[in-house]
Write a protein that binds this ligand. Structure first.
Ligand code: NAD
Length: 258
């Protein structure tokens, strides 16, 4: 039995992971951490004191906030507890806290835990190698009105994939357009963040050539898509050596994506 501590347990993802974990025979959620004002009346251990419930032998799954990710990573490193981290929008300093925690604990970090987005990234790699470099790339992402960071972590991951394949730097990213911007420069990656309603997560990469376009799109309709990936990641880190892992490590093991 893998013992799991959930950080950000009262949030949209925390609740989806709790739901998914209650249906899994090999996982037991031992504690749910969140801010006191967000505790639910459900049975079980709720606390805002992570230090009192994170012990060696457990796995932490964190979908909370950039600060929550860094706090969880520090504790996991101190106690040698594996961490699955899903929060997005981390600063460079917070990213560094997770990276250094991975010297002492297994840390699996992904901007998107759905298997469909992993397939989208592979499809994008195939499309970019099949198409001339002159084709324009635009990324359009849509999320619910409560999302805090823009663009989404997944959209930035997709842009980083394009940058790496085309040898482009961070200056290639163009966040929206307004005014007399003139013709589109070659080598630009357009990024457009839509916010509204209850969209769970929708990412489209549009490749535009002369007289034709190709659109690759993933739509998450339910947070269960991310929750099952996070649980598969918990199984993975529970057996892994200290180190920094990504969703690719999970998918490389046949049948492990759960
Ligand atoms: P949410 O706002 O619904 O929930 C976040 C919860 O975390 C809240 O209950 C909040 O009180 C709690 N929290 C915040 N900081 C905390 C801290 N320091 N300690 C303890 N609890 C804390 O948000 P959400 O939609 O569940 O998303 C959470 C994070 O996960 C966001 O960064 C989001 O972008 C990311 N996300 C990642 C994926 C993925 O696949 N990697 C998928 C969906 C969302």
């Amino acid at each position: 039995m893998i013992r799991v501590v959930l950080v950000g347990a009262a949030g949209r993802m925390g609740q989806a992971i709790w739901q998914a974990a209650t249906g899994a025979a090999d996982l037991l959620v031992t504690a749910r951490i969140d801010r006191r004002e967000n505790f639910s009346a459900e049975d079980g251990v709720w606390t805002d004191d992570a230090a009192s419930v994170i012990h060696p032998g457990e796995v932490v799954i964190e979908f909370s906030s950039p600060a929550g990710a860094a706090e969880a990573a520090k504790l996991c490193a101190e106690r040698g507890v594996p961490l699955v981290s899903g929060s997005t929008g981390l600063s460079a300093e917070q990213e560094e806290v997770l990276r250094s925690a991975s010297a002492r604990a297994a840390v699996l970090r992904a901007s998107n835990f759905s298997i469909g987005v992993a397939a989208l990234r592979r499809s994008l790699a195939a499309a970019l190698s099949a198409l001339p470099g002159s084709w324009d790339v635009e990324i359009v992402e849509r999320h619910h009105r409560h999302k805090k960071d823009s663009p989404s972590g997944t959209a930035l991951t997709l842009a980083a994939d394009v940058q790496a394949r085309r040898g482009l730097g961070p200056e290639a990213l163009r966040h929206g357009r307004a005014g007399a911007v003139g013709p589109r420069p070659a080598g630009e990656i357009g990024m457009h963040s839509l916010r509204g309603g209850t969209w769970v997560g929708d990412h489209a990469v549009i490749l535009a050539g002369e007289g034709e376009t190709l659109e690759l799109r993933h739509v998450a309709q339910d947070r269960a898509a991310f929750a099952h990936g996070a649980l598969a990641a918990a199984r993975f880190v529970s057996r892994a050596e200290p180190g920094l892992y990504g969703i690719e490590d999970l998918l490389e093991r046949p049948g492990s994506a759960g």
